[in-house]
Design a protein around this ligand. Sequence first.
Ligand SMILES: C[S@@+](CC[C@H](N)C(=O)[O-])C[C@H]1O[C@@H](n2cnc3c(N)ncnc32)[C@H](O)[C@@H]1O
Length: 336
Amino acid sequence: MSLREHAALFACPKCQAASLAVDASSFHCASCGQSFLVDDEIPQLFWPNQWEAGKSDVTEQVRSFYEETPFPNYDEFDSVASLAEKARTGIFARLLDEQVPPGVRIIECGSGTAQLSNFLSLANRNVFATDLCMNSLRLGRDFARRHQLARVHFVQMNLFRPAFQPESFHLVISNGVLHHTSDPFLAFRSISRLVKPGGYILVGLYHRYGRLVTDARRALFRLSGDRFQALDPNLRREQSSDAKKQAWFADQYKHPHESKHTIGETLRWLDAVGFRFVKSLPISKPFRSFADDEKLFAPDEPGNALERLLVELGMIASGSREGGFFIVIGQKPPAG
Ligand SMILES: C[S@@+](CC[C@H](N)C(=O)[O-])C[C@H]1O[C@@H](n2cnc3c(N)ncnc32)[C@H](O)[C@@H]1O
């Protein structure tokens, strides 16, 4: 399915007008006159932030970092079968695949090399993989081309300046991204506008406590000139390619900018944009583990501050394995 068939979804990232003429070689805004190139099927709809003077902006720094080390990268032997197999070993991607129906429209904001977008498109979902970084998008596109995945599209976009009209997507995913921006709440607010009424937002963020072991390893690597890398389970994994390991090492230990968050903080974000809390991973109540067949979109109670603290302290140990992430899902109220 070509991008032209989705032309009605796009908006100009510069002026926000819904008047982008979509062509195979360029996009043009009839309202502000701005043109955007298309680089071998990837529209370059990046527009910079225009924040007040003095507000820090790490976008360029982060873009150059990932242009050098696209994340998470692919293993040399990746095929559709191995992509699906690997994705399904992660509980979260497997549950998404089982529970997000075919036919829905998904955007991934900060897709990196787009493993998740490519995977989710296998079951006839229309998926837009968007990122700042062209090299990451090219790797994702090349994989999709090689394996003839027709329902995934790649768009260069700054999530603070979306190139899509508001309320265009049933599901907005941003996993491991907002903590690499200068203003994670502003970023959250920006992508929440893309959710259709009744649709969902899913964000994965570094956790304040979940990240402590990684912080300690980073300090050790710095002091030892990057020795003892085998302390990180992902760097010990024999099945991973060198490129993938390098991408992990750079992303986890050499990143120019990251912030850390808590479930309570994301509850305030959801409140501020008028969404309701649906689910978190880990589950935000003590002694309730995330089931193998957890219903991702069945609403949970968020737990009180003490309950959440107990769960979050447990992340000090669990975070050491997978980078100290937590995931929160919220829902925009249905229309009417
Ligand atoms: C750690 S990677 C995560 C990639 C992917 N979501 C995953 O889970 O494997 C973070 C990605 O966020 C992208 N990113 C950071 N700031 C962004 C922004 N303002 N707009 C769009 N993408 C952004 C980076 O280019 C990078 O590819």
